[in-house]
Design a protein around this ligand. Structure first.
Ligand code: ATP
Length: 256
């Protein structure tokens, strides 16, 4: 059964001067669903995700994400507060802070309002800190880093750093989780573990939008896949449908 719709894009587009980075993209995503975005380098995936997360303003079409209209006045923090969380292509951790503190930083940043409210009503700020730490450790356990809470982020393996980023994103309890190349640089075993984690998040009702170059992983993981090439959707459907599409094969085999 399809969940509640969290994202609907209609003919969404972004041009930079004469360059159409993204053109006429229609997309929907519901809770509990894993939607993959694939396409050769420069296809427009990052630009699309930047629009969805409020980082880039669209120049064409329309879109609603978590009830918020994508418009010139829409800010990334509004979407974050509405329930969107994101990881980036480049790992962005505080290397000298422990894994737990990295998650706490993510939670604090996004739920500042909640924190302020709690600080006012709770007799002690320390109790709040203990609760926040409990939530953060739960996220670490969730991503399989329960035993690495005190390890400095910079000392974690590459795959663990990627999972820590996801734990940090989860600290805000997102409805929509956007993952930008989460398996980049991972070996097969790490990528498989990551897929399992993403599946379990979706099973809990999180809507997942994922960009990934590892096509084999995407075919096995996603409920639906949209393929971009030169900013346009060239195929969209189930992994089976997309894998059989001649335009997709051409885009991938034709690329150097
Ligand atoms: P990759 O897989 O390499 O990350 P991508 O699919 O994410 O690529 P984008 O980064 O979205 O692709 O880029 C799409 C197109 O838009 C490219 O031709 C790129 O050069 C162009 N583009 C992206 N951002 C800008 C910008 N700020 N100014 C001008 N052109 C841009």
């Amino acid at each position: 059964a399809r969940g509640t719709e969290v994202m609907a894009l209609r003919a969404l587009g972004k041009s930079y001067g004469g360059v159409r980075a993204v053109h006429d993209v229609d997309l929907t995503l519901a809770t509990g669903e894993i939607l993959g975005l694939i396409g050769p380098n420069g296809a427009g995936k990052t630009t699309l995700v930047n629009m969805v997360t409020g980082v880039t303003v669209p120049t064409g079409g329309s879109g609603t994400v978590l009830g918020i209209e994508l418009a010139a006045k829409t800010r990334a923090h509004q979407l974050a507060r509405a329930g969107i969380a994101r990881t980036f292509q480049q790992i962005k951790l505080f290397n000298r802070l422990s894994a737990l503190d990295n998650v706490l930083v993510g939670g604090y940043r996004i739920s500042r309002n909640t924190m302020l409210r709690r600080l006012v009503f709770l007799p002690s700020a320390r109790r709040f800190e203990r609760e926040a730490a409990a939530v953060a450790s739960a996220q670490l356990i969730r991503v399989g880093l329960g035993d690495k809470a005190t390890t400095a982020a910079g000392d974690l393996s590459y795959g663990d750093q990627r999972r820590l980023e996801i734990a940090r994103a989860l600290a805000s309890h997102p409805t929509l989780l956007v993952l930008d190349e989460p398996a980049a640089g991972m070996n097969h075993v790490e990528a498989e573990r990551l897929s399992e984690l993403i599946r379990s998040l979706a099973a809990d009702g999180v809507a997942v939008l994922i960009i990934e170059h590892n096509v084999r992983m995407m075919l096995a993981l996603c409920d639906r896949i949209t393929v971009l090439n030169f900013g346009e959707v060239i195929a969209a459907g189930t992994p089976d449908e997309v894998a059989r599409d001649p335009r997709v094969l051409e885009a991938y085999l034709g690329a150097e």
